[in-house]
Write a protein that binds this ligand. Structure first.
Ligand code: APR
Length: 241
């Protein structure tokens, strides 16, 4: 019997835009009011921890005001019903994928709802405000910081992600500008190992021409349509490499 195709899905800020979370780049983007190097680098954290912690406290508190949209719900549905390998890799630090019900999920750039100990590396759920100097439950050091992968730091779980990219049959990128590596390079990696590649985005991203297919429009429409198409196709003929 043919195996169902293995899928890797990369999501970015565009999938949460219709939930009311600002994207990073472009007019009204999160980086428009802030210089990235003032809030999202290890140097910024060392120079002004209060400012950096406040910035992420505000973003964490903002999560209470938003809810998953139809695109998050569709991916959670796919996760529940897809019989083959599936991995959702998100660059987003919000928790909308898991609130929609997705389980096969990795946060490569960290999570707002988590704290990281700068002393021992322990990561632990932290839903409330995180002032500088809070103590780590694992080692006791007063070294908790937002569990966010800053520019210049290594994204999480790259070994697992790279293994999935080399083994997948279909790579789908949703709502990301393709401006930040290593995520921007995933399409080329997956294609080099023989995967079909699909982009779902509001506008062509920086790497659009690298995809086998691009569909343009809002994620809340494109993602449910694509998920429906995929689940229907398995009922008639299972896809495989
Ligand atoms: N539906 C689909 N796509 C959308 C929508 C929407 N409703 N709204 C916006 N987009 C698209 C934009 O056209 C853009 O291509 O989402 C993309 C968002 O791009 P960015 O703001 O650059 O966000 P992202 O690609 O996730 O950024 C990557 O950069 O600063 C860092 O660490 C941060 O994880 C982030 C990384």
């Amino acid at each position: 019997m043919e195996r169902p195709c293995a899928i890797v899905i990369l999501t970015g800020a565009g999938i949460s835009a219709e939930s009311g979370i600002a994207t990073f780049r472009g007019p009204g983007g999160l980086w428009e009011g802030h210089r990235v190097e003032d809030v999202c680098t290890p140097e910024a954290l060392a120079a002004d921890p209060a400012l950096v912690h406040r910035f992420y406290d505000r973003r964490r508190a903002g999560l209470a005001e938003v809810a998953p949209n139809a695109a998050h719900a569709a991916l959670a549905r796919l996760d529940r019903h897809w019989p083959g390998e599936l991995l959702i890799v998100t660059q987003n630090v919000d928790d909308l994928h898991e609130r929609a019900g997705a389980r096969r999920l990795l946060h490569m750039h960290g999570e707002l709802m988590s704290a990281l100990c700068a002393a021992c590396g322990a990561r632990a759920p932290h839903p409330g405000p995180l002032p500088p100097g809070e103590c780590c439950a694992a080692c006791g050091a007063a070294a908790l910081r937002p569990d966010i992968v800053f520019f210049g730091e290594f994204p999480y779980r790259m070994d697992r992600i790279e293994a999935a990219l080399t083994a997948c049959d279909l790579f789908v990128s949703i709502g990301t500008s393709g401006a930040v590596y290593p995520a921007a390079g995933f399409v080329a990696q997956a294609a080099a190992y023989g995967a079909r590649t699909l982009e779902l985005n509001l506008e062509p991203s920086a790497g659009s021409r690298r995809f086998s297919e691009t569909r343009l429009g809002p994620a809340s429409r494109l993602v449910p349509e694509w998920v429906e198409e995929l689940l229907q196709s398995t009922q008639s003929s299972p896809m495989s490499r």
